[in-house]
Unconditional design. Structure first.
Length: 305
């Protein structure tokens, strides 16, 4: 019977679950909508337990599940097994590991989705062999996770909020209440808002970041201008992080990274132009994509088993 772990990545709209072997291969997987009322104690735990049971039933006698890893957004206290706070899902101090252990009869690890995604990229992805890494998912929002000297920085769950570093003091209002946060300037949503504000309305309305990236490739002046604002903001944040931490590798993930060299090429150049004495980091696209969170949960579970 092959040994696997259960891995669950809880997002604002979807929950991704899988049985994962030691090589990072998903042998069974499920994706379902996040249950309504996830902030109510017991509701989310019930959904996760049901998914893990379903995966175990599907695997039958072919695989033995040794542990379970769960990752969630927001502030997370993994040592206590408690999801402290999530703006999108509305919970505060939600117990996860303890109740799941009782329901499943398995050891359960709880972690932060982006920090766990970094662990997965180091173990099975684009950061293999690196010890000092910034993982920078750039999508609807912007998050960050750091590994320094081979250890993921947690700071009691508070580390990594790079999206809320102010890069434009007089910039747009961020959802956190500050002005000019990186997320409010350089996220995919921010790029779309800026383009919409400066462009002539088009048939069909909304122009997505992927379309704007295509317009950049076609040298559309407005798209190039809007894209450049985001790249410069990202370069400021990356340079700050490199100077403070000495990271040797920057992995850019999330939806905006799907544009590939349209983003990474100018970002490398903008960071290089700012560096003086600092070690120049390799800036690359993250490899695991949407699987990073789930595989990160698997990595946490394998560390228990």
């Amino acid at each position: 019977m092959a040994q696997v772990v259960a891995a669950v990545d809880v997002g604002g709209t979807r929950v991704k679950a899988a049985l994962v072997d030691a090589a990072g291969h998903e042998v069974e997987s499920r994706t379902v909508p996040t249950v309504p009322g996830a902030s109510v104690e017991g509701v989310l735990v019930g959904q996760v337990a049901g998914l893990v049971r379903d995966l175990r039933d599907s695997a039958g006698s072919r695989h033995e599940v040794g542990a379970c890893g769960v990752v969630v957004p927001g502030l997370v206290d993994g040592s206590a097994g408690v999801a402290r706070w999530s703006a999108n899902l509305g919970w505060r101090d939600l117990p996860v590991s303890g109740p799941l252990t009782e329901l499943l009869g398995l050891p359960v690890a709880l972690g932060h989705d982006v920090r766990a995604g970094l662990v997965a990229e180091v173990r099975w992805g684009a950061a293999s062999g690196a010890r000092n890494v910034l993982f920078l998912p750039v999508g609807t929002g912007i998050a960050g996770a750091l590994m320094l000297d081979g250890r993921v920085v947690e700071a009691d769950g508070w580390a990594g909020e790079l999206g809320h570093v102010v890069v434009e003091p007089d910039g747009p209002l961020c959802g956190c209440g500050a002005h000019g946060c990186l997320e409010a300037v350089a996220s995919a949503a921010a790029v779309e808002r800026r383009y919409a504000a400066l462009s002539v309305p088009v048939a069909g309305g909304h122009v997505g970041a992927d379309r704007i990236a295509s317009l950049v490739d076609a040298s559309d002046p407005l798209a190039v201008e809007v894209w450049g604002v985001a790249v410069e903001a990202l370069a400021r944040a990356v340079t700050l992080t490199v100077t403070l931490t000495g990271v040797e590798r920057v992995l850019v993930g999330g939806g905006l990274a799907q544009s590939g060299e349209t983003l990474l090429g100018p970002l490398r150049a903008a960071v290089a132009s700012r560096l003086t004495f600092q070690r120049a980091p390799a800036i690359e696209r993250a490899q695991l994509g949407e699987r990073a969170g789930c595989l990160g949960a698997a990595a946490l579970a394998w560390d228990l088993s």
